[in-house]
Ligand binder design. Structure first.
Ligand code: AMP
Length: 218
């Protein structure tokens, strides 16, 4: 089970990736989470990535490709994985094709989340994250406010710096320019399944599971 979750920032990839990883008992690799951990720990990678992230820009391809290669070729990933947030450029997608080739032409599928961008900008600016367990909430949908507490662990929920309106607009324009062409790359390879990113978490989850099971049976 190797799934790449693809779509603009805030479409719900992280939420779905966490559910699927738990349901299928396989690792979830979120390049955004990996970078945030590296920034928090002050590692050389974190130091190199921080200013790009704070400005809503992409971290250079060579750094990203190395992190993802290490993750996907590790024994932990041998039974499958959910990859979320990578590839975000066509050179990253090409490098990933090479990595899959090195893994013996491992089969994989791309799940593309389709959604209206205005709706997304709104969704991103209302997103709150639990700093302790990484759970994602939505101010409107979950009836919460910044400074309120995580219903599960009681930590104060935060807004990510890059979810602030100015940075959100920058991230969307980077998405349109650099990341959207990745979808064409995978469409040409015939690997894309599309889900409705505006549907509820539950519906999208069921849709992806049905696609994944179908892919597993082949
Ligand atoms: P995310 O949580 O996936 O929205 O990622 C947060 C930030 O991390 C992005 O805005 C980028 O600065 C950086 N990032 C995450 N994944 C990648 C990637 N595949 N390529 C380049 N930058 C990335």
């Amino acid at each position: 089970m190797r799934l790449l979750l693809f779509g603009p920032p805030g479409v719900g990839k992280g939420t779905q990736a966490k559910l699927l990883a738990e349901e299928f008992q396989i690792p979830h690799y979120s390049t955004g989470d990996m970078l945030r951990l590296a920034v928090a720990a002050g590692t050389p990678l974190g130091q190199a990535a921080k200013s790009f992230m704070d400005n809503g820009q992409l971290v250079p391809d060579n750094l990203m490709i190395n992190i993802v290669r290490d993750a996907l070729t590790s024994p932990r990933a041998a039974r499958g994985f959910i990859l979320d947030g990578f590839p975000r450029t066509v050179p990253q997608a090409r490098a990933l094709t090479e990595i899959f080739r090195d893994l013996g032409d491992a089969p994989y599928r791309v799940i593309s989340f389709d959604v209206d961008v205005d709706e997304l900008i709104h969704r991103l600016s209302s997103r709150l994250v639990c700093p302790k367990d990484g759970k994602i909430f939505n101010r409107d949908l979950d009836g919460l406010g910044a400074g309120t507490l995580c219903p599960d662990c009681g930590s104060a929920l935060l807004q990510r710096d890059d979810d602030k309106p100015e940075t959100v607009r920058k991230r969307m324009s980077v998405y349109r320019e650099k990341t959207a062409p990745v979808l064409t790359y995978y469409e040409n390879l015939g690997l894309v399944f599309t889900v409705d990113g505006a549907a509820s978490v539950d519906i999208v989850n069921r849709e992806i599971k049905a696609l994944a099971e179908e892919h597993r049976e082949r």
